[in-house]
Design a protein around this ligand. Structure first.
Ligand code: PRP
Length: 206
């Protein structure tokens, strides 16, 4: 049995469809209910819906053998897992954004609001830029508008949220997409099952 942690939400549903097409279907997952665990014994697969940012925790600790999470989460938390495959879904980017008239003259400590504290610290350390990180949990775009921060480090997908709040991308930090990850000891003990799944899924991604 392979235990799979999927991110709850639209991305997770898209990813499940790929797994289904790869031969790992579990029809009960599409029934309208609020269950979080679904199993197809015949196919040897069990799915869990978990919060996207928790997928790597389940996988790192072995509660799930494999899982799907964004490169943003892997970059931020650096979980000890194997990154097996780029699923090329949920494509977006980590970027610095600011108000349209903002110019960083480098004289003061830069105030940076973000959910991704480690990504922001790493990025600015690489530029030797002094920052004051403000950790927020959501609606990050408000911070520069209210003067809480100079810039934000956040995920940009369509750019609509920035546009509608009169912000713009100043710098791109790294591209993001969904990754298939595996628990290190599961990969050792279930190598064949996981590699077979990986090959079937990979063939559908192109
Ligand atoms: C994410 C991100 C941006 C938005 C970007 O927020 O933090 O706010 O999506 O998408 P866009 O470029 O297509 O507009 P999310 O929806 O996860 O909500 P949050 O405010 O809780 O971060």
């Amino acid at each position: 049995m392979i235990n799979v942690a999927l991110p709850k939400g639209r991305l997770g549903e898209k990813i499940y469809d790929i797994f289904e097409a790869a031969g790992y279907e579990c029809p009960s997952i599409k029934e309208p209910n609020r269950k979080l665990i679904f199993e197809n014994e015949e196919k040897g697969v069990r799915y869990f819906w978990v919060k996207p940012s928790d997928v790597s925790i389940y996988v790192e600790r072995g509660a799930a053998d494999i899982g799907v999470c964004g490169k943003d989460i892997l970059a931020e938390y650096e979980p000890s897992v194997y990154e097996l495959l780029d699923l090329k879904k949920g494509v977006c980017r980590m970027a610095v954004a600011a108000k349209k008239d903002f110019y960083d003259d480098g004289r003061n400590t830069l105030k940076v609001a973000t959910k991704f504290v480690n990504c922001a610290k790493k990025y600015y350390a690489s530029k030797c830029r002094d920052i004051d990180v403000i950790h927020l949990n959501g609606s990050i775009e408000i911070a520069p508008i209210l003067g809480l921060s100079d810039v934000i480090v956040d995920i940009v997908e369509t750019g609509a949220t920035l546009k509608e709040n009169d912000l713009e991308v100043v710098e791109e930090i790294f591209p993001i997409s969904a990754r298939l990850i595996a628990n290190k000891s599961s990969f050792k003990f279930k190598t064949e099952e996981i590699e077979t799944l990986m090959q079937k899924v990979s063939a559908l991604i192109g």
